[in-house]
Design a binder for this molecule. Structure first.
Ligand SMILES: [Zn+2]
Length: 372
């Protein structure tokens, strides 16, 4: 979506919600937030869990930014390579989202009821993808800011551009800085301006997320669930995988906006198994007025069942985060499938058109649990 003029006062209020760990629910000022699951623990994660080194756990793929709030906003254990983690289901998929009272909004809508696929349910799955996503994006923003501060300190008293690839706060951003600064032919002139551009860009992005949160707030309050467009794909067979992820995707038929930039479609993807019905469900959700999501939506609906599944699998592997895989499914992957799962994520970039081809398809029935 197009960039909007940043309103500094509104932006700082939005930031303070995260800084002060306030509830995500519209207008709620409660700071008593609980660790919310972005994927239901007792039904879905519990179903996926299996033995990993003697513990009952799930595998998950996530953005590898580990943020430690006690370390003065620095990212404490930044790893630049994405790896497969394993985790107990109590901690898996959680984020500091809602207060005790408002975490309950998911119970009568999606958690304690059967999946019917009505507008309200589709909205709440999409809402939960975004609540998780916005929290992670805020953490990345904090990481970027501390990396830029560290880089600013490094250039103090020097005349040549240092190598930023070992920034303690954020090595990955350091590598990016190195690339950008190459254009300056090793003089420090203009570096500060570039840092400002960096920060400004990410504040604009953050403000865009604030505007999205406003729209979600309105939908939650007024129950205007048709603000979003949804696609559901359910198929027979229980694939022990679950996801609650927001991804970006550009197809070759996407058109540039009025500012001549091709913006990616933003797609909220929810996946969960339904063993009692011997089915697996995939939900795509996106803003009704996001034209590129509309194009993806129509393309998706026109695909054959198997192509829909492969498309969502590709999106998750290349662009997704917050994806959970049962160890009993992962154990069935060949070595080449395993490396595709990890390496492909490492090379993802949201402004690349299309998705590189890979063999692995998460939804192939060879990975399904037996339904007996
Ligand atoms: Zn609340």
């Amino acid at each position: 979506m197009e960039n909007q003029q940043v309103n500094p006062e509104q932006l700082s209020r939005f930031k303070s919600m995260f800084e002060h760990k306030k509830c995500f629910y519209p207008g709620c000022e409660s700071k008593a937030i609980i660790k919310a699951h972005s994927i239901q623990e007792n039904r879905h994660l519990n179903y996926l869990a299996d033995q990993v080194k003697g513990q009952n756990e799930v595998y998950y793929l996530d953005d590898n930014i580990v943020f430690d709030r006690d370390a003065n906003g620095a990212i404490s254990k930044q790893r630049t390579q994405r790896i497969l983690h394993h985790r107990g289901i109590k901690a898996a998929s959680t984020f500091g989202g809602f207060c005790q009272e408002h975490d309950k909004i998911f119970k009568p809508t999606i958690e304690d009821v059967e999946f019917k696929g009505d507008l309200e349910q589709l909205f709440f799955y999409t809402y939960r993808c975004y609540a998780y996503y916005l929290h992670k994006k805020y953490e990345s923003y904090v990481g970027l800011k501390s990396a830029v501060n560290e880089a600013r300190n490094e250039i103090k008293g020097t005349t040549e551009i240092p190598d930023f690839s070992n920034l303690k706060s954020h090595g990955k951003i350091g590598l990016e800085l190195n690339n950008i600064l190459k254009g300056l032919e090793n003089t420090l002139k203009g570096v500060d301006g570039l840092f400002n551009v960096f920060i400004e860009k990410s504040e604009t992005e953050l403000f865009g997320l604030k505007l999205k949160k406003d729209r979600f707030d309105e939908v939650v309050e007024k129950k205007k669930y048709s603000e979003f467009r949804y696609a559901i794909h359910s198929f027979d067979g229980v694939i022990p995988v679950a996801a609650s992820s927001v991804v970006h995707y550009i197809d070759e038929f996407h058109q540039p906006s009025s500012d001549n930039v091709v913006y990616p479609a933003e797609i909220a993807i929810t996946v969960f198994p339904s063993p009692e019905k011997n089915q697996t469900h995939i939900i795509l959700g996106g803003f009704e007025d996001n034209p590129n999501f509309g194009l993806v939506f129509h393309k998706f609906n026109a695909l054959s069942n198997s192509k829909r599944e492969k498309f969502v699998s590709d999106l998750l592997i290349h662009r997704g985060s917050n994806i959970f895989i049962s160890p009993r499914m992962y154990n069935k992957f060949s070595d080449s499938n395993r490396s595709e799962l990890i390496d492909q994520r490492a090379s993802s970039s949201q402004y690349v058109v299309g998705l590189p081809e890979i063999k692995l398809n998460l939804f192939e029935l060879i990975y399904a649990d037996k339904s007996d």
